[in-house]
Design a protein around this ligand. Structure first.
Ligand code: FAD
Ligand code: GLY
Length: 380
């Protein structure tokens, strides 16, 4: 294997592969280095929702980023089928965010109004309209916000699609290899030191998900990242119990193409624990059965965990380190890394090529007024 590349990507999850794919399309040579097997961490734990409107409910750069990325999926789906032969199982059936009480109804109606003024389609559905659309939902539901353009994919197939397509374009992947340090000379990155030796590159992109925290801190870079554990489970169904993804404050239920329902997810900040707990599963099953009572008769399949990468201000980091030239960070996508994967690849490729960024994309740089008081430090 050669040891010099235009760009080295640290981390073989969906973000690392999306960055690699975008750079390869632009003619770069790229090596992705993964400490375990690729796509086995958060990226395969995800439910695959493209919940730009259901999850990001405030106006601002994150909402802009989320809807731009969501709108990239139809073309991406065709592209990954053509280049990699992988069907990412894109479903564009919309999402229902449920209200059980008046207070939540008011909040959601306000979100509908806001999203309409921002040019997105959103509707408030009264109880009878919800029940007409989804007959198996509980009659305790008061109403719902319907976002017809939110959708979902298979997270694992999307991550695999990016990885296989990257391979087709000449990208290389090195698994079971941990990046342990950067090689830096006179403020410019030269490559990385790994458990299998040194690799050289003009650019190094850190896309290590939640584990970027340990890795960056260990080498003196503190970005204010932290892990958030999430448990999720699946149920096998014989009939189509629901057609849209159902989102409530306590859980979400995602009907996958193969008849499975994915039910998620717990949110446990500051935890790298990858065990599934009885409490987590029982809370999710309880909340999901309240929403969809006939769930109780369906077949249990399995449960799993993933560790989400979160940032102190809730915005991902997409940019170059202010003091180390050629070193970039692409992480902190928290609950929306699947949704944000296509646009992340394009933004990082633009930054590496020196192309101008849109105003909303610039908001995710490592340093700047928008990042508040948090200081990016490098102490070595
Ligand atoms: P990961 O997939 O964790 O990949 C990072 C990789 O980097 C890992 O493989 C790790 O081993 C490797 N690595 C780290 N450090 C090093 C090192 N030093 N050397 C080499 N390799 C290294 N998002 C959505 O958009 N929609 C959803 O519906 C959704 N549902 C979710 C449900 C659950 C239960 C969870 C946990 C998350 C969900 N997410 C969802 C969030 C999404 O999964 C994450 O934001 C996304 O997967 C993060 O991708 P990543 O590539 O940054 O991280
Ligand atoms: N976006 C869903 C989750 O992170 O659980």
């Amino acid at each position: 294997m050669k040891n010099h590349y235009d760009t080295i990507v640290v981390g073989g999850g969906i973000i690392g592969h999306s960055v690699a794919y975008s750079l390869l399309k632009r003619g770069q040579s790229v090596l992705v280095i993964e400490k375990g097997e690729i796509n086995l961490k958060a990226s395969s734990a995800a439910a695959g929702m493209l919940a730009a409107q259901a999850e990001v409910t405030e106006a601002g750069p994150l909402f802009d980023l989320a809807r731009k990325s969501r709108n990239m999926f139809p073309k991406l789906s065709e592209e990954l089928m053509e280049v990699a032969g992988i069907d990412i199982e894109l479903i564009q059936n919309g999402m229902l965010t449920i209200a059980y009480n008046k207070e939540r109804e008011e909040q959601l109606k306000q979100t509908v109004r806001l999203q309409k003024t921002l040019g997105e389609e959103a509707r408030w559905l009264a109880q009878e309209e919800v029940v007409r659309a989804e007959q198996n939902l509980s009659n305790q539901v008061l109403g719902a916000m319907y976002a017809p353009n939110d959708g979902q994919v298979s997270a694992y197939k999307l991550a695999t699609g990016f990885a296989v397509a990257s391979g087709v374009l000449g990208g290389r992947v090195l698994e079971f290899t941990e990046v342990i340090d950067f090689l830096i000379q006179q403020g410019k990155v030269q490559g990385v030191k790994t458990s299998q030796g040194e690799f050289y590159g003009e650019h190094v992109v850190v896309a290590g998900g939640a584990w970027s925290v340990n890795f960056l801190e260990q080498i003196g870079i503190d970005l204010g990242l932290y892990p958030v554990k999430g448990e999720c489970l699946s149920v096998l169904t014989r009939d189509d119990l629901i057609t849209s993804t159902i989102f409530s404050e306590d859980c979400y239920i995602v009907p996958k193409k193969d008849g499975r329902l994915y039910i998620g997810a717990t949110v446990i900040p500051h935890s790298f624990d990858e065990k599934v707990t009885v409490e987590g599963v029982s809370r999710l099953l309880h909340a999901a059965s309240e929403l969809l009572p006939s769930l109780k008769n369906e077949e249990w399949e399995r449960a799993w965990t993933g560790i989400r990468p979160q940032t102190n201000d809730g915005f991902p980091y997409l940019g170059e380190h202010p003091e180390i030239s050629g070193l970039y960070v692409a992480t902190g996508h928290y609950r929306n890394g699947i949704l944000l994967s296509p646009i992340t690849g394009e933004i990082i490729a633009d930054i590496i090529e020196g192309n101008p960024l849109s105003e909303s994309a610039s908001a995710f740089s490592l340093k700047g007024s928008r990042r508040g008081q948090y200081e990016v430090t490098y102490k070595r």
